[in-house]
Design a protein around this ligand. Structure first.
Ligand code: ADP
Length: 450
């Protein structure tokens, strides 16, 4: 697709080229007519001047040469010429032409060889005594016309189009620079916050800015409604589901007969799964609704200590290597959630390996600062991810085929983790080898600490 700038440039160039070609065509058609008329009036003047000199009405100067351009010839009533300009190639006047002259008529004679021939009567004391014949070829002008055509079409048109394109490119760039500014402003709105509004100037872009602003108002309003809905739903769903998990757990412990206990345990599992699913869905919805997160300076080694207390027990094979304090700008609750998701997955991967292959594994959580990047790596020597599934694990509801049944998860954990990391302007990478283990690395922009 051509950009507007290029399209305008092309239009300028085509416009100028078209204008020059049109000018060429007009010149090509008009110039011969103009030249012919000029030559004709010159012929009249030359004939008149010659007549005056010959009849002595004007003194001084030789009769010939009168004009360096015109060929001249004089006739008397006996017919042949009485005086010629040198090298004259004028056609002889016919008796008919001479007769017209004797009657006092002046006229142009049509010739086939593009010459202007003019004949005028010669008066002496009120009587016609002869004729003046004046002529000039138009051929030298044809050469000039051809040259003008060539210069205009071969040189001026491409050169003009090129210049117009260069000038057009610069002008179009200048004309479109407010649009570029507008785009930057819109970018900032979407990236920074929905509260920002565009500056409405008094031009076309100003009107567009007004429309965008009112659209942003509506968007902000609908986000607000969505946020409220999510908040209320969280509360409404969480409480009964937590109760349900409690009831089914108690039920499965109390039921005596084996068949019913199995049923109660299944119900408890389903209730737990539903609670996890609701929590994950809400976390995802919150992240995607661009809910405004409270960000502040977060110290990651401290955050990871809290994570350890929440999800790692003494018996878990999870090691923490926290190399100094690393600060990032972020929402501590979401960042904690991202780390917990990765550590839970890693522990699960170790458990699956133990159950499948009978080999025990371990998990290491490492925190470093590399240049301006905070790095949290969760490394496990668990079951690993099949190579053909790695590209899918961040998709919603995706669970590796080989790990299903073990999971207990919802397939949303990594989607949420990625969303959280990206909203902190960070990235998440994974490398994994099946049956050997995986490494998930979160990189976040570190804060400069004085
Ligand atoms: P879940 O909630 O089911 O764990 P996730 O989105 O967190 O969903 O993970 C998607 C899938 O990726 C999981 O089902 C699991 O099969 C695989 N996976 C994630 N982390 C690991 C890991 N550390 N080792 C092996 N497989 C993993």
């Amino acid at each position: 697709m051509l950009t507007i700038r290029l399209r305008l440039t092309l239009l300028y160039a085509l416009g100028v080229a078209f204008g020059l070609v049109l000018a060429g065509v007009i010149l090509h058609l008009a110039l011969p007519v103009v030249i012919r008329e000029r030559v004709r009036s010159e012929a009249r003047r030359s004939a008149d001047a010659l007549a005056r000199r010959v009849t002595g009405q004007e003194r001084g100067g030789a009769v010939f040469p009168l004009s360096p351009v015109f060929q001249l010839r004089l006739y008397d009533q006996f017919g042949p010429s009485i005086r010629n300009s040198s090298g004259v190639e004028l056609p002889d006047l016919t008796p008919g032409h001479l007769a017209r002259s004797w009657q006092g008529e002046d006229f142009f004679i049509a010739t086939s060889d593009r010459r202007v021939i003019y004949v005028a009567p010669l008066y002496w004391e009120g009587q016609v005594v002869g004729a003046v014949q004046v002529g000039q070829s138009l051929e030298p002008f044809d050469d000039t016309l051809r040259l003008v055509d060539r210069i205009l079409l071969l040189y001026l048109t491409p050169l003009g189009a090129l210049l117009a394109a260069a000038l057009g490119y610069v002008l179009a760039g200048r004309a479109l620079s407010p649009v570029e500014r507008f785009i930057r402003e819109v970018d900032q709105v979407s990236a920074e916050s929905l509260d920002r509004r565009l500056v409405a100037r008094r031009d076309e872009l100003g009107r567009l800015a007004e429309r965008v602003n009112s659209m942003l108002d509506r968007l902000a309003r609908s986000f607000e409604i969505q946020r409220d809905l999510i908040r209320n739903t969280t509360h409404e769903l969480k409480v009964p589901l937590t109760n349900l998990v409690g009831y089914t757990d108690r039920l499965s412990r109390k039921v005596g007969d084996a068949a019913n206990r199995d049923l109660a345990e299944r119900a408890a599992r389903v209730a737990r799964y539903m609670r996890a699913l609701v929590e994950d869905l809400l976390a995802l919805a919150r992240g995607e609704a661009m809910e405004k997160w409270e960000t502040r300076a977060v110290e990651l080694s401290d955050l990871l200590h809290q994570v350890r207390e929440e999800v790692v027990s003494e018996a878990d094979p999870v090691r923490f290597e926290l190399n100094g304090e690393v600060f990032v700008e972020g929402d501590p609750i979401r960042l904690k959630q991202a780390c917990i998701n990765l550590i839970k997955n890693a522990k699960k991967a170790v458990d699956i390996k133990k159950a499948r292959l009978g080999q025990s594994g371990e998990v290491a959580v490492r925190l470093d600062q590399v240049n301006s990047q905070a790095r949290i790596a969760v490394i496990d020597t668990g079951i690993g991810i099949p190579a053909d599934e790695i590209s899918h694990i961040f998709e919603r509801f995706y669970q590796c085929k080989a790990h299903q049944g073990f999971s207990g998860g919802t397939g949303l954990g990594l989607t949420i983790t990625k969303l959280i990391v990206e909203r902190h302007k960070g990235t998440i990478d994974v490398s994994s080898v099946e049956n050997q283990g995986s490494t998930f690395t979160i990189s976040l922009p570190a804060m400069e600490v004085e």
